[in-house]
Design a protein around this ligand. Structure first.
Ligand SMILES: Cc1cc2nc3c(=O)[nH]c(=O)nc-3n(C[C@H](O)[C@H](O)[C@H](O)COP(=O)(O)O)c2cc1C
Length: 411
């Protein structure tokens, strides 16, 4: 069961011990990764307690802030494989599925800070979590430091980072004056970060895009670090490079950022399977990687599974007889029954997960599209019908040891 975000008073902070009574523990899932042990959950709560008791970092020197950023990252187990923020797509059941298949941490979809502060329905629908949904980054878009702070205060008891979206390149972000369009307003970005850092009891992270000019990117990253940002996720594409499939992300720029700041850096772009994650960590020296689009087709990516597209030509990839995308969809649907989300999100995942199957059996896709109201029964039946048609689309498995890449030393 999910819990709905209560109307939290802004001050004082709810004591963290309160969480246990609000959050329902999910039933253990079978399969690849078991949920956190009681001991891990206890440690997490102690860690949160420690942050809650320590004053916000406005009073700390930059040296202490960097030490603190690393201490926090280390307490979280230095996550390497992370589910990227995706509007309508990195919602609770999807995060839980990815966690089961190897994700070490996850971002929520971007939440609109102003709407989040104003609308209870938006809060309840767009932000749900549960006790096992950790480590968790809650991402907001914003252009007003006070509004952002108010939104962040509501989620801080339930997450490990409050993240600012500084990378959205879409027209809606231009109109709304947020995301990558704040790259033209760096003093505003600085004040967004500083105000959060001065008033929150959880660390602040930022997800950025690169500038066309490397020096601009490095100055930007250093400015964010100086403002108190505790972790930087760098999408190695510029604001104008919108088509992720056509434009390769620039790992050299990510590497340069990693070398010029002292806080943890997460690399984003070009992670299509686990070998990519391994190569990216090694090449850039980043502390973790984010994957977005590829996870939508294959939420078991971080457990070493690949779709046929990325298995071809690799003799080490074996067809897996036990897991395919329809199995993953069924697992996802069960999680949706447990943690309800809007049907538009479920529909989007069905299309992404079964895209290859639908190409083989387009009449089943048409049938799905003709359903204006979906039910779980319809979806489970649809999977049965696909299976009865015989030809499946297997996933392939290749063992890649990402854990073998040594973590960079902290400071
Ligand atoms: C469906 C979708 C929704 C996204 N929504 C967000 C978002 O809410 N916040 C954000 O910072 N980036 C968002 N992104 C961008 C991704 O987080 C990521 O930066 C980008 O897709 C590059 O990673 P990839 O090459 O692994 O796909 C979204 C991407 C996709 C595909």
């Amino acid at each position: 069961m999910k819990f709905k975000l209560p109307n939290l008073p802004l001050f004082p902070l709810k004591p963290k011990s309160h969480m246990a009574s609000l959050v329902t523990v999910a039933e253990p899932q079978t399969g690849i990764r078991t949920p956190h042990s009681d001991q891990q959950l206890q440690e997490q709560e102690q860690e949160q307690q420690a942050w809650a008791e320590t004053p916000p970092s406005k009073c700390l020197s930059s040296e202490s802030r960097i030490e603190r950023a690393w201490a926090h990252w280390t307490k979280l187990g230095r996550p390497k494989l992370i589910v990227a923020p995706m509007v309508d797509n990195s919602e609770l059941p999807f995060r839980m599925l990815c966690r089961k298949y190897g994700a070490d941490a996850a971002y929520t979809p971007m939440l609109h800070s102003r709407i989040f502060t104003e609308t209870e329905k938006y809060r309840n629908q767009e932000f749900t979590t549960c006790k096992e949904d950790r480590p968790l980054f809650v991402q907001f878009c914003a252009n007003d430091p006070e509004v952002l702070l108010e939104a962040a205060k509501r989620v801080e008891p339930y997450c490990d980072y409050v993240d600012i979206n500084l990378g959205c390149p879409q027209r809606i972000a231009r109109r709304g004056n947020y995301g990558a369009f704040l790259m033209d307003k760096l003093p505003l970005v600085k004040s967004l970060v500083e105000n959060l850092v001065a008033n929150l009891h959880v660390p602040v992270s930022c997800k950025i895009r690169i500038f066309p000019d490397l020096d601009d990117t490095l100055n930007y990253a250093r400015m964010l670090e100086d403002a108190g940002c505790s972790l930087l996720a760098v999408h190695g594409r510029t604001r104008d490079e919108k088509d992720q499939k056509k434009v390769r992300a620039n790992w050299d720029a990510i590497k340069a950022v990693k070398n010029s700041v002292r806080i943890p850096v997460i690399a984003n772009g070009n992670i299509r399977h686990l070998d990519d994650a391994h190569d990216c960590l090694k090449y850039t020296g980043a502390d973790g990687v984010l994957s977005a689009e590829s996870l939508l087709e294959n939420p078991a990516l971080f457990a070493g599974f690949r779709t046929a597209e990325w298995a071809e030509g690799s003799e080490e990839c074996k067809k897996d007889q036990k897991l395919d995308q329809a199995d993953l969809l069924v697992e996802y649907l069960k999680l949706c029954e447990q943690y309800p989300v809007p049907w538009r999100m479920i529909r989007a995942h069905v299309h992404k997960l079964l895209g290859d199957w639908f190409r083989m059996h387009p009449h089943i896709r048409e049938d799905l599209n003709s359903q204006h109201i979906l039910t779980f029964e319809f979806l489970y039946n649809m999977v049965d019908r696909l299976r009865e048609l015989g030809e499946g689309v297997p996933l392939h498995l290749k063992d890649t040891n990402v854990a073998s890449i040594p973590a960079k030393s902290a400071v």
